[in-house]
Design a protein around this ligand. Structure first.
Ligand SMILES: NC(=O)c1ccc[n+]([C@@H]2O[C@H](COP(=O)([O-])OP(=O)(O)OC[C@H]3O[C@@H](n4cnc5c(N)ncnc54)[C@H](OP(=O)(O)O)[C@@H]3O)[C@@H](O)[C@H]2O)c1
Length: 165
């Protein structure tokens, strides 16, 4: 099974100026707990958006997708297609590799039917941004939903949604 994990606002924004558009500590923890020990497959821009001291993401196999044959990053696998990244995860017997963005990588993975399960954190806000995650079509069924209220650490309400095909 291949999974995708993403946080998107009501107006589908996932990022702004190669950064996230919010700070939601509980969502970061959810991301960390959910993807732990798995392959995490990311676009080159997403990788570079992670502060240097936090990358590669610990306790996970980091795979960077780029068309640049010379791209190198310490302690990461580098491949030139998402299919190749999934092949590596399969070879390593990972039962649930994760597509972790950004926008281009999500779009390609969804449109090419590479994903079986989507962990979507819906951030209940309208925010400005430049990168988007499109709404899922009716092939996707909601299998769980867990709502959280804004508080002193979280500026917005948000809901952890899980969809499967
Ligand atoms: N809210 C969330 O859950 C979330 C999660 C992750 C990221 N983000 C945000 O998303 C934004 C980054 O997304 P983005 O769309 O700009 O970039 P991206 O998808 O992270 O990376 C794009 C790069 O990936 C490579 N690439 C894309 N498609 C490819 C393909 N089919 N085959 C081979 N390589 C391919 C290319 O690298 P080269 O140019 O090197 O060839 C391309 O420039 C940031 O703002 C980040 O904060 C948000």
């Amino acid at each position: 099974m291949v999974s995708l994990i993403v946080a998107a606002s009501e107006n589908k924004v996932i990022g702004k100026n190669n950064d996230l558009a919010w700070v939601l500590p509980l969502d970061l923890k959810y991301f960390k707990d959910t993807t732990k020990e798995h392959f995490v497959i990311m676009g080159r821009k997403n990788f570079e958006s992670i502060p240097e001291k936090y990358r590669p993401l610990p306790n996970r196999t980091n795979v960077i997708v780029t068309r640049n044959a010379d791209f190198k990053a310490d302690n990461c696998l580098v491949v030139n297609s998402i299919e190749k990244a999934l092949e590596l995860a399969n070879d390593a017997n990972d039962q649930e590799p994760f597509i972790i963005g950004g926008g281009q990588i999500y779009k390609y993975a969804i449109e090419n039917n590479l994903v079986d399960k989507v962990y979507l954190t819906r951030v209940h806000a309208q925010v400005e941004g430049d990168t988007y995650f499109e709404n899922l079509n009716e092939d996707w069924k909601l299998i769980s939903s867990n709502a959280h209220k804004a508080d002193h650490r979280h500026a917005f309400d948000f809901t952890f949604l899980v969809y499967q095909k």
